[in-house]
Design a protein around this ligand. Structure first.
Ligand SMILES: *[C@@H]1O[C@H](CO)[C@@H](O)[C@H](O)[C@H]1NC(C)=O
Ligand SMILES: *[C@@H]1O[C@H](CO)[C@@H](O)[C@H](O)[C@H]1NC(C)=O
Ligand SMILES: *[C@@H]1O[C@H](CO)[C@@H](O)[C@H](O)[C@H]1NC(C)=O
Ligand SMILES: *[C@@H]1O[C@H](CO)[C@@H](O)[C@H](O)[C@H]1NC(C)=O
Ligand SMILES: *[C@@H]1O[C@H](CO)[C@@H](O)[C@H](O)[C@H]1NC(C)=O
Ligand SMILES: *[C@@H]1O[C@H](CO)[C@@H](O)[C@H](O)[C@H]1NC(C)=O
Length: 242
């Protein structure tokens, strides 16, 4: 009797164990395609992470969440969120919608199986962590949700804010400084206008004649076109000191 009872128990244990094994191996998965890189995730507790760039001041820039679910899952919903708030979403059989408070900033489109957030005009405010949440249903697991974090950086075209150091006393040296802003940080280069040659600072032993020679600062960070600013030295006569 005891023996029968034990083997019975063992059978139940094996049955439950195999059921658990069946459940873990049978669960579907999602593959995130866009933004790149592609990544396949089974465990719904894992948040996939990727990055993308938008450019400040650009109109109708797109942020896409393209994914595919395995065949055992039927697609249900997908949404864009940030700070825990839904910005835009699409549910099977409906129209994609933008949440009321965001209609002035975003539009959304859906083509299977890609949700695209359209940013009307990119501002610094769009630099944040967006989440794309996709849900699928399977008869064995019910509704399952996967999350992908999209870190959005907002690139800013280079702007030259000021040029300093152009004043020099005759016979002296001068270091022109070009102050440039942008994201990523721009690199700055100086050239002489007369022959386009690259010059390195400081410029030494400046004479009165040098005042008529212009210099160009070119600042570039690869976002849209570089910025330039031309300056002429302001050579002050030594005789002032006499
Ligand atoms: C989504 O990504 C896949 C894989 O890169 C691609 O084949 C498919 O065309 C994309 N879907 C859309 C709607 O762009
Ligand atoms: C975003 O821009 C930075 C700076 O230009 C660049 O290094 C990075 O590769 C870009 N990232 C993507 C995903 O395009
Ligand atoms: C949003 O996109 C849809 C589909 O492309 C378009 O019909 C609609 O006019 C757009 N809405 C706005 C406010 O741009
Ligand atoms: C530019 O730099 C000069 C010299 O340092 C300074 O006097 C001037 O106020 C600056 N201009 C701006 C707009 O910052
Ligand atoms: C200018 O620079 C040169 C070369 O570096 C140096 O010999 C000279 O003393 C400097 N002149 C002044 C006024 O600082
Ligand atoms: C200043 O002018 C003199 C004479 O024209 C020239 O030889 C010298 O190279 C010039 N210096 C700079 C820094 O342009």
């Amino acid at each position: 009797m005891d023996c029968f009872y034990r083997s019975h128990l063992a059978f139940i244990c094996i049955f439950i164990w195999s059921l658990a094994l069946f459940r873990t191996t049978d669960s579907g998965s999602i593959t995130w395609h866009e933004p790149p890189p592609s990544e396949t995730v089974i465990d719904t507790a894992i948040t996939s992470t990727t990055e993308t760039n938008l450019t400040k001041g650009s109109f109708n820039e797109e942020l896409s969440c393209n994914f595919s679910l395995t065949a055992d899952l039927s697609f249900e919903t997908v949404s864009f969120e940030f700070d825990g708030v839904t910005v835009a979403s699409y549910a099977k059989g409906r129209y994609p919608t933008v949440a009321d408070r965001f209609v002035s900033r975003f539009n959304v489109t859906w083509v299977p199986s890609k949700l695209t957030l359209i940013v009307f005009k990119v501002t610094s405010d769009d630099k944040r962590e967006y989440h794309c949440r996709a849900q699928g249903y399977s008869s064995s697991h019910g509704l399952q949700a996967w999350l992908r974090m999209i870190k959005v950086d907002v690139l800013v075209q280079t702007q030259i804010t000021n040029v300093t150091g152009k004043t020099v006393t005759e016979g002296g040296n001068v270091t022109l400084k070009c102050l440039a802003e942008g994201n990523p940080t721009p690199t700055v280069m100086w050239t002489r206008l007369s022959d386009n040659r690259v010059v390195t600072m400081p410029l030494t032993n400046i004479r009165r004649q040098n005042a008529s020679v212009g210099y160009r600062c070119t600042a570039n960070n690869g976002v849209k076109s570089p910025a330039t600013r031309d300056v002429f030295l302001d050579v002050q006569c030594e005789c002032y000191n006499l």
